[in-house]
Each structure stands twice: as C-alpha cells, then as structure tokens.
Design a protein around this ligand. Structure first.
Ligand code: ZN
Length: 334
C-alpha cells in the first residue's frame, strides 16, 4: 500500500509544532522567573514552510519543463501549482489547530485521572514534556531534571469545564512535576498558565535558587537572594528594600553592642575599613542613601537596582582584595 503524502506531511508537521511547544516550555522553566511569561514565536515554522514551498515549486517547474520538452501533458502544470500554493495555508491551519487545542503531555497520558469532559470528542495536541536543567539543592549544582508528571488542573476546578475549550481563547493551568536525575530528591513543582500560546510561570515550589556571589558575606547573603527573587517577580520596591536591609545589617553586625541606628551603624562600619577601600570603591553610605530615597518616594527604579547590585558586589570585592594584599585581618563581623 502506498503512503498518502498528505498524511505523511501532517505527521511531520505535527511533530515540528509539538517540539516547538516543548522547546518553549523548556525555555520558560529554565530561564524565566516567577510571573514572567513568553509567547511562542511561530514565524520560523511558517518561514520554513515558505522555503519548502519555493523549493517544491522550483522542482515542479523543472520537472514540468522537462516533461513539456519531451511532449508530455500540460494538465500536470495546473495540478502541481495548485497543490503547492496550499502549503502556507495548510501550515497556518495546522498551527491554529495546536493554538486552539487543549494540550496534554505524552508522559502522563496513561496516568491522568478520568477525563473531566466525558464523552466529549475533541482534538488534543500531545506534547512531549522536555527535560530541563535546574539547580538541585541536594546535589548543590545544576542537574538535568526529568519530567515526572504534567496535567491541566483547570477542568478539575470548574463546575462546567466544557466552555474552556469552546472559544479561541484556550486557557490551561498545568501542574508540572520534575525530579533531579542524579539524586531523585523531592520533586520541583511548577504551575504554568497557558493562554492561547502565551506561557507564564504562575507558581513554583521550591522557590527558585539564586546564586549569590562568593564575596557577599554569608551573614547577609539571604538579603541578596531575597532582593533578586523579589525583583525577578516584578516587585522592584521590595528588591530595593532587601538591598537596603543588606547594607543596614552589615552596619549592625560590625557595630554590634553600640545600639546605633541605621545610617550611624553604616558610618561606623565604613570607618572600620582600610582607606583604599573607603576612598576608591562604592561607599555603603551613598548606596544606603540612594536606596532610602527610592523607597521613601516609592520609585520603582530598575536601573538603580542593577547599579546597587554592582556597587555592593564591587565594594565587597575591593574589601577582599585589599585585606588580602595588606594581609590584614578583617574587622570582626565582616
Ligand atoms: Zn540532585
């Protein structure tokens, strides 16, 4: 029996589209933070289809020219052109299929609970959940995580879920479970909201790991990572606040026992440093003032957040460098 060329193309195109969704899920989980989104860019698939269309046209024209030269039928020309011109609209139709259809995950097809839509026959796009790389707290490094489970939770929380798939605004909320391939420790759970072809990280447990530069003292490292998590979740003011807490706490650690208030404690801390560090590198007094002003005026200043991160890291780097050069013992509590 001969293979139907259209069937073959459908199978092929479906796997290209499905892989594209899978790749975007990987990008989302590996590179985006809480409440951040990405929209799938379909242009490469459409562009590829156009290229293939051009290629087929050229080959067909060559074949037709050769056949005409040998006196064969002209009917073929009309048939061939019509077939090829369909390619782009055919690709668009298949893309729309995937954009409108509910997605389900290949790994979990046999494990999912009974369908919340009994008796409803509909097209479901089957997606392969990707393997992703995440920081594993148990292994203390980035490791590949395998997908364990993935399901659309939304139908379970609706009284009449049928309407979810009856519009062009398909919405799903996936619960995805991933486990470290090296240690099989507790899984990481993601909540991913899908609206048509936009994907958003709507929740995760555990909270994302933030790598803190080695020069940041461990006593204040948690304020650094809290600042990054807050900022990456869209809470710029909270990010600025945590950086201010970091500086304030640095002052309090060094001036311990003197009951100094915020700015006085920081001034005291600065007075304990080597002159080279005080004079040539970012001052904590200045950074504290800038952060305080932004917080008091509710200025969600992203540029300031980045510059303060750089300045705080540069301050600690300089301190480490100069104390090593001078072979001097660091003041207590730093
Ligand atoms: Zn691990």
């Amino acid at each position: 029996m001969m293979t139907n060329p259209d069937e073959f193309r459908i199978k092929d195109l479906h796997s290209i589209i499905s892989n594209k969704i899978s790749e975007n899920l990987r990008l989302l989980l590996e590179t985006k933070h809480l409440y951040q989104s990405l929209s799938i860019d379909w242009h490469p698939i459409v562009d590829q289809a156009k290229l293939e269309q051009e290629q087929i046209k050229k080959e067909a024209q060559k074949a037709i020219a050769a056949m005409m030269a040998s006196g064969s039928s002209r009917i073929l020309m009309g048939q061939q052109t019509e077939h090829n011109d369909d390619m782009e609209s055919y690709v668009m139709k298949q893309l729309l299929y995937f954009i409108r259809a509910p997605w389900e995950f290949m790994q979990c097809k046999d494990r999912r609970p009974p369908s919340p839509l009994p008796g409803k026959k509909m097209f479901e796009a089957v997606i392969n959940l990707p393997t992703i790389k995440l920081f594993c707290n148990n292994c203390e490094r980035k490791e590949p995580y395998k997908p364990v489970y993935g399901e659309d939770a939304l139908p379970h929380f609706c009284q009449h879920p049928d309407y979810l798939y009856e519009t062009d605004n398909t919405e799903q909320i996936f619960v995805l479970s991933y486990q470290c391939q090296s240690c099989d420790s507790k899984p990481e759970i993601f909540l991913v909201r899908r609206f048509i072809d936009k994907l958003t990280i709507a929740g995760r447990s555990m909270i994302e790991h933030v790598e803190v530069p080695k020069v940041i003292p461990k006593e204040v490292a948690k304020y650094w990572s809290n600042a990054i998590v807050a900022f990456q979740s869209g809470q710029v003011l909270a990010g600025l606040f945590f950086l201010r807490v970091l500086i304030e706490q640095q002052g309090q650690i060094v001036s311990k026992g003197q009951s100094l208030k915020g700015d006085k404690a920081i001034e005291f801390y600065m007075s304990t440093l080597l002159d080279e560090v005080k004079e040539k590198f970012p001052s904590f007094v200045k950074i504290y003032e800038e952060l305080s002003y932004a917080i008091h005026t509710a200025d969600e200043n992203e540029k300031l957040f980045y510059s303060c991160l750089d300045d705080i890291e540069a301050h600690y780097q300089a301190k480490q460098l100069y104390y090593n050069l001078e072979k001097k013992k660091k003041p207590k509590g730093i």
